[in-house]
Design a protein around this ligand. Structure first.
Ligand code: GLN
Length: 496
């Protein structure tokens, strides 16, 4: 559902939650002079916009939901503290799909966001769910931004808005103080104008946090650092995996042309292209849309109106029964938008005793196979299966040899199957059609891998006849082995 309030209807471009009627405000209008705070920090004086599902204390955090419409957090997320300790200042909170569920930043309590780009003058979706962060960076309103990426929400809007979007390996960046959607995949990511800028932000966030039980332990980080000589980056010849199974999906001619010309350019520069099979990836989208709603239905159970957040003021406002079911139903029915309610119902169903085995358990098994497919093609071993005895045996369908032949340093795919759709196109699409946008981003999310979307120009023949302000780039996605974030960023610098 698209929430259109009066404010949003009349607004031309609304990348910020702060410009909506719920008065989410910028934390700081002006940067503090670098001399006052951490002048030597690696991010001194840099403005960072923050997706509004990451807790800040100077401004409320809403997750774009009525459920948290004015929630004042008593503490900041670890990532906020780290940014500030390195001299950055938080310039604003940005719009998103409610609780991060969506691909177009249209299902926000604050009203939809719009891309700064257009197609023949027609407004486009900025992508989602971190659409506000992508627009803020694309428009130069922030030097960089944080988003969250569960199934593609940093990479997809980055691709649609012509900026860089980096989803680190799961576990590198703390999730403490990040509103949970599907916590086994939720990852804080960075949007920036260049890969170098994204790396600087990631550099300060990539630390162990004891408050996040899924934070990679110092010993694992040490192992990753000591055993990895980065395999990709400037001056290195890369073995680039091209997943043939992805190319059969319906990719639009414009995206196909930009992806193909990137591959040709890399090959001409001396990198080797290696066709790879990731056979289970074709099941990744349906697997993701079972697991993510299942986790969401559990995570969102706490928004019951009793402890905090929105509570109904209607006829059921005074809980009379124990448990107060009419109160819960009224509160939650009013608090959540259509898409969030759809996910809760879907998740509650797949976790129910009658459906659990057919859906949730099967999806968990497929998730393991998706990871195993990736593991079988990367030259670097998985740091959590370091011991060769623990490395998964290749599947019978593997086209990739055990002897290291056919192994790759990174994988390159398009980030999205199409250029950004117009707002009227997505308004006519079904929920399922929205989900299809995530087909290339969810496999890395299921496997917890680092993945980066880098904008590359549309080839000249595709740009012919385009108007000023039309979107002129396509996102190309670099995926690497878990822990090889540096290799992915290095490869991204070669691609950009
Ligand atoms: N579009 C996907 C979803 O709606 C991904 C969202 C995300 O990464 N937060 O689940």
């Amino acid at each position: 559902m698209v929430f259109l309030n009066n404010a949003s209807r009349n607004t031309h471009l609304r990348p910020y939650s702060s410009s909506n009627t719920n008065a989410i405000i910028n934390a700081a209008a002006e940067p503090p002079p670098p001399t006052q705070s951490h002048p030597n920090g690696s991010l001194a004086g840099k403005s960072i916009a923050i997706k509004d599902n990451i807790l800040t204390t100077a401004t409320p955090t809403t997750a774009a939901s009525r459920a948290l419409h004015n929630y004042p957090s008593p503490f900041p997320a670890t990532v906020i503290t780290l940014l500030q300790q390195h001299g950055a200042y938080i310039s604003s909170k940005t719009n998103l799909d409610e609780f991060g569920m969506g691909s177009h930043t249209q299902s926000s309590f604050h009203g939809p966001a719009i891309s700064p780009f257009s197609r023949n003058g027609v407004p486009l979706t900025p992508g989602g769910s971190s659409g506000g962060s992508a627009v803020a960076v694309a428009e130069g309103k922030a030097w960089a931004a944080l988003g969250t990426d569960t199934g593609g929400s940093v990479r997809l809007p980055a691709a649609y808005c012509g900026v860089v979007g980096f989803k680190p390996s799961y576990g590198c960046v703390s999730r403490w103080g990040v509103v949970a959607y599907a916590n086994s995949m939720d990852t804080v990511g960075v949007l920036a104008r260049t890969v170098g800028d994204a790396r600087k932000v990631f550099g300060v966030l990539d630390v162990y946090d004891e408050r996040d039980p899924t934070s990679l332990l110092p010993s694992v980080r040490q192992r990753i650092r000591s055993k990895r000589s980065s395999t990709a980056g400037r001056g290195k010849k890369m073995r680039i995996g091209v997943p043939t199974s992805y190319l059969t999906t319906s990719i639009s001619p414009a995206v196909r042309a930009a992806y193909a010309s990137t591959l040709t350019r890399l090959q001409a520069a001396g990198h080797t292209l290696i066709p790879i099979g990731l056979p289970t990836s074709k099941l990744a989208l349906s697997t993701y849309y079972i697991l993510a709603p299942a986790e969401a239905s559990s995570n969102l159970a706490k928004y019951d109106g009793i402890r905090y957040g929105y509570r109904t003021s209607g006829p059921d406002a005074r809980p009379k029964e124990d448990p107060p079911l009419p109160f819960y139903a009224a509160t939650r029915g009013e608090a959540f938008g259509d898409e969030v309610r759809r996910r809760i119902l879907l998740g509650a169903y797949t976790l129910s005793s009658e459906a659990m085995h057919n859906y949730f358990i099967q999806a968990q098994k497929i998730r393991r196979l998706v990871s195993r497919d990736f593991d079988a093609v990367f030259a670097l071993p998985h740091p959590l299966h370091e011991d060769t005895a623990q490395r998964p045996a290749p599947l019978p369908s593997d086209e990739n040899k055990e002897d290291g032949k056919g192994k790759v340093d990174i994988i390159l795919t398009p980030t999205t199957p199409t250029l950004p759709p117009t707002l009227s196109e997505i308004a006519q699409q079904s929920a399922l059609e929205h989900y299809m946008n995530d087909v290339f981003t969810v496999p890395a999310s299921l496997a917890c891998l680092p993945a980066l979307s880098v904008p590359v120009p549309l080839p000249a023949e595709v740009r012919e006849g385009m108007e000023e302000g039309d979107v002129s780039t396509v996102g190309v996605q670099v995926i690497g082995q878990l822990g090889d974030d540096e290799g992915v960023l290095g490869a991204g610098e070669v691609v950009e």
